[in-house]
Design a protein around this ligand. Sequence first.
Ligand SMILES: Cc1cc2nc3c(=O)[nH]c(=O)nc-3n(C[C@H](O)[C@H](O)[C@H](O)COP(=O)(O)O)c2cc1C
Length: 185
Amino acid sequence: MDNTFEGRLLIGATGSAAVATLPMYLAALRTVLRGPITVLMTHTAATFLPAHTAGLFADRVVTGADPATWPADNHATLAAGHDLTVILPASAHTLSTVAVGAAPNMLATTVLAATHPVAFFPVMTAEMWAKAAVQRNVARLREDGYHVYDPASGPRYDVAAGAFVESPQPPPPPRFLEIVRELMG
Ligand SMILES: Cc1cc2nc3c(=O)[nH]c(=O)nc-3n(C[C@H](O)[C@H](O)[C@H](O)COP(=O)(O)O)c2cc1C
């Protein structure tokens, strides 16, 4: 049975240390997605995972750091050139930024410019995820029509704590692929 599907996917990567696992998700996508994958990294994401490493698994990586790239890769071209944006991992900072409609970087501006579906996969500590402010932002994003996927809880190596902790984490790659397939329609 052919379980592949078509679509142009934009992955927004933000500054959770979990961004180090992004190549695993990109490799999994390659098994089912027929279409280009662009990774748009925030400044912090690119400090955790070098853009050239993400580039080994994606068709294109955009950081917006070099103004010489802006004519070709800007919020308008990135929004128009893709069918779906998923933010993986989504930091508390980026959730709050999009919830208030701010556009301080290329990723948030692209989300603001997008007319296609946008989905968030938050990753942060359990304490951060439980905060009223974070939950308010998640509720606001859903009200505004964004898809926000509650993180599953499981053991995760927390770089800040230097230990394994029970912590919110992104869905495992098979579940992630299912969600991308559904959202691509
Ligand atoms: C070691 C380390 C790990 C971090 N992990 C997370 C995380 O998992 N989730 C989160 O929301 N923020 C995390 N942060 C904080 C973000 O990196 C910070 O809020 C940053 O401004 C996010 O920017 P961005 O959303 O533009 O990428 C971490 C910071 C450090 C120093």
